[in-house]
Design a protein. Structure first.
Length: 423
């Protein structure tokens, strides 16, 4: 009851039932963090309740605790959002928000734990409760505090690390609308991690905090929205259509981006690539693959005007083949995926090492170590500085079924294999 009530109230205070589900109430930030704290705070709430319940239990005391618990619930729903605002104004960071989350969960759970303690009735078969010593109480609270603080800390530390990388990736791809909720969650939880995605006018990378990133993204969304409005107010040439589609994609308006590109996507290579990406983001992989194939056809039939354009056309084909193979694997069309890798090896001489490496990794994943070693070896042969040797893959084949692991790889061999998997 205590766990369920605390989770439900914190979800409700964050607007979950009102449709605002992207960011949980601050300082939790994530709905999963609310669940973790509610579960790990229960032992602490139960231990405190054991000290508060008097030996002579009365209905009045129990009713008072229930009334207090109801008051805490109502205050959380009515003014819970104000807590995050006050924490921001006071500039309370990552470590300072941790005890706030724990205490908040305890405050929501404690009345129900006291209620449960107060209505306990010993049965005739139960042994008398032993007298509690100071040492036993301290040990119990020490354990409860470890559970309430250490477990959430480890979980949240890993969570913020992964979410920061996701936010960086979305920002670098200019997916502003998708990046903003991720950054807002990191702000709410007080993440200390920085974003190295901003550059100064002279080209140097600038460290950006989560709060600064959130403000920058909001400004970018406003700027892009105004640019879209201006572009849509008049006739468009091909570059303007591409620009409009890029901005609409950044704003998450993928259907509008596709409509803007439709008149030119079948004849303009960049438009075809953007069209493919919009379908990829909607997980329409078959349609995305169709447009990537169109992009490859257009790139191969285009005569580049200069070396820069030639390099761009080759890069487009490389990314398209990679996406086509990835889509085929997602759709469990494995032979087709291998075909795309081999086609890329034949048609893109400057990227043969890269696609041999990708094919080698694919064969390794599907349990074909001999073929994997062959292609990883080719990648190393073509680009020895970029791709490691595949000796450990062959050793893995030899070690299969041999007595006492005569050919089993040593720790150093495994380390070398792990390094060779890094592009």
């Amino acid at each position: 009851m205590a766990v369920a009530v605390s989770i439900a109230v914190l979800f409700l205070a964050g607007g979950l039932l009102g449709g605002s589900t992207d960011v949980a109430i601050s300082p939790f930030g994530y709905h999963r963090v609310i669940v973790v704290h509610a579960l790990t705070s229960l032992l602490l709430s139960w231990s405190i309740a054991g000290l508060l319940v008097p030996s002579q239990r009365s209905f009045g005391v129990t009713a008072a605790w229930l009334a207090g618990g109801s008051g805490v619930l109502l205050l959380t729903i009515a003014f819970g959002r104000q807590v995050g605002i006050e924490l921001d104004h006071a500039e309370i960071g990552y470590l300072g928000r941790m005890p706030v989350r724990v205490l908040w969960c305890v405050a929501l759970q404690l009345p129900w734990c006291v209620f449960a303690r107060s209505i306990e009735r010993p049965t005739s078969t139960q042994k008398p409760t032993p007298t509690r010593t100071v040492g036993s109480i301290v040990n119990r609270f020490a354990l409860a505090l470890v559970v309430a603080l250490v477990i959430p800390y480890g979980y949240i530390n890993t969570l913020t690390q992964k979410q920061t990388e996701i936010a960086k990736s979305l920002w670098q791809k200019e997916r502003m609308v998708k990046a903003l909720p991720v950054v807002r969650r990191l702000c709410a939880i007080g993440s200390p991690r920085s974003f190295g995605v901003s550059r100064t006018p002279d080209g140097r990378r600038q460290t950006v905090s989560a709060r600064s990133a959130s403000e920058t993204l909001r400004q970018a969304i406003d700027y892009y929205s105004e640019e879209v409005r201006l572009l849509q107010s008049g006739p468009l040439d091909d570059p303007q259509r591409i620009r409009l589609a890029e901005r609409l994609s950044s704003l998450g308006r993928l259907d509008e981006a596709q409509a803007a590109l439709q008149p030119i996507a079948s004849r303009h290579v960049v438009a075809a690539v953007i069209m493919a990406q919009t379908y990829q983001e909607q997980f329409q992989l078959s349609e995305g693959s169709r447009w990537y194939e169109t992009a490859i056809r257009l790139a191969r039939s285009t005569t580049p005007a200069n070396p820069t354009e030639a390099a761009m056309l080759v890069e487009i084909q490389k990314r398209a083949y990679n996406a086509l193979a990835g889509n085929a694997r997602e759709l469990r069309q494995f032979e087709r995926a291998v075909g795309y890798y081999n086609e890329a090896i034949d048609r893109l001489p400057s990227h043969r090492a890269y696609f041999h490496y990708q094919l080698g990794r694919y064969y390794k994943e599907v349990g074909a170590p001999v073929r994997s070693a062959e292609h990883l070896g080719k990648a190393h042969e073509l680009s020895p500085n970029e791709y490691g040797r595949a000796d450990s893959v062959l050793v893995g084949v030899l070690s299969t079924g041999t007595p006492v692991g005569i050919f089993a790889p040593s720790a150093s061999d495994r380390d070398a294999s792990d390094r060779s998997d890094t592009p």
